[in-house]
Design a protein around this ligand. Structure first.
Ligand SMILES: CSC[C@H]1O[C@H](OP(=O)(O)O)[C@H](O)[C@@H]1O
Length: 394
């Protein structure tokens, strides 16, 4: 809460009534009038697609590899299945990865896994959590959740009269995270801004976190004119997932190729750029989907405020600068093939980092969390040690 009290109301360059010029004709040149999609024909459905469905002993994930063509839920009954789903990016997005990882452990524990005996149960919990962290190293959320759950299991097992049941129950109840979306719109009297969310959560993540949460909240308050979303090569989270969600929720939005972002800023009066985060470190440097860094450079050039929207659980103050963040590299096939069809010359080399790091000085709008909106230099004081992971990046 103290973080919130230290929050300063930020003045924004786009005050009430400032509509992106594209709505009243292009800023310059022969660009046509932009007509952002008004959303699909899903009637008045205001439901947000749920990425994760959980009830005691049962976990299902929306297989995001099948979106937007299919909305199919897949049961996850074990830690191993969760690891495989996370690695394959059936479920993706930093907090959602942590949630699915933790819930898969809860499902196994409710089925009686681990034990017999408290020591064996705690060892099982710790081994499972360490394994889950290896699925994708850049996002901090799974590592943090693993640390917290392992600590909880050990604490519970050491209590007077501890029982296996008590350990299982405590693990089961520790799997929720605060939302950020509504907070951002409350604290950002943003009026009619077009934004470029890059690779936010597909469908309903835990608590409505991330850039889509911000966009969704502003839209629900009638303060969003339209949004651009970038396709987010090579995995196309933007074209496949973000666009799907905007259409599903009838949020007016326009899909652009990643290479078009700077031109969109130049010609369609983008008021703000909001992106997610996999790991925000002590000085505010932020790892996010590859392409974020160049969005920030373009936003700086155009004087457009650049925001990172992420829960405090995505912040890791133990790392001092972005140079310490491990960047996951993924299979080259994600770049050379689309839906299994080769599009690149056989034999060409491929570099496929899943993330890049945006230096804190390019995060000019602030870091939007559920605890408040902070300038990068305010982060450490605002979030304190609560979000520092012990030891090197796990
Ligand atoms: C807002 S979710 C956090 C972050 O995770 C995504 O990466 P991936 O799709 O590889 O899991 C993307 O970078 C999001 O911004």
């Amino acid at each position: 809460m103290c973080a919130r009290s230290s929050f300063r109301e930020r003045s924004h360059p786009w005050g009430p009534g400032l509509a992106p010029c594209a709505l009243s004709g292009p800023a310059s040149g022969a660009r046509g009038q932009l007509s952002p999609g008004s959303g699909g024909d899903r009637g008045c459905n205001s439901m947000t697609l749920e990425a994760i469905r959980y009830s005691r002993g049962s976990l299902q994930i929306l297989d995001q590899l099948l979106l937007p063509q299919q909305s199919r839920y897949e049961a996850v009954g074990s830690v191993r299945q969760a690891w495989e789903a996370i690695r394959a990016m059936k479920v993706r997005g930093a907090p959602a990865i942590a949630l699915v990882g933790c819930l898969s452990l809860a499902v196994e524990l409710q089925a009686g896994a681990g034990g017999p005996g408290l020591a064996a149960l705690v060892a099982f919990v710790c081994d499972a959590l360490s394994f889950l962290v290896t699925a994708r190293p850049t996002a901090v959320n799974m590592a943090r959740a693993a640390r917290d759950l392992a600590d909880l299991a050990a604490q519970e097992a050491e209590r007077e009269g501890a029982t296996e049941e008590a350990v299982r129950e405590r693990e089961n109840s520790h799997c929720k995270g605060p939302g950020v979306g509504l907070h951002a719109s409350e604290n950002h009297a943003a009026n009619q801004w077009a934004a470029l969310p890059i690779c936010p959560f597909a469908s309903h993540p835990p608590g409505g976190l991330g850039p889509t949460g911000v966009i969704r909240s502003l839209h629900s308050l009638g303060r969003l004119e339209y949004a651009f979303c970038t396709e987010t090569r090579p995995y196309n989270q933007g074209a496949r997932l973000t666009a799907f969600e905007f259409v599903y929720e009838q949020i007016p939005a326009t899909l652009i190729a990643d290479s078009m972002a700077a031109a969109a800023m130049a010609h369609y009066g983008v008021s703000a750029v909001v992106v997610g985060a996999d790991r925000v470190v002590a000085n505010g440097d932020t790892a996010n989907k590859v392409g974020t860094y160049q969005l920030a450079i373009a936003a700086k050039h155009h004087g457009i405020p650049f925001y990172v929207a992420a829960p405090s659980s995505s912040c890791d103050l133990h790392l001092k600068t972005g140079r310490e963040i491990i960047i996951e590299e993924r299979p080259g096939q994600e770049l050379t093939h689309v839906n299994g069809v080769r599009i690149a010359a056989p034999g060409i080399g491929v570099w496929n980092p899943a993330f890049d790091v945006t230096p804190h000085d390019l995060i000019t709008g602030g870091i939007i969390t559920e605890l408040g909106v902070f300038a990068p230099e305010e982060l450490r004081a605002a979030l304190g040690a609560t979000v520092a992971l012990d030891g090197p990046q796990k």
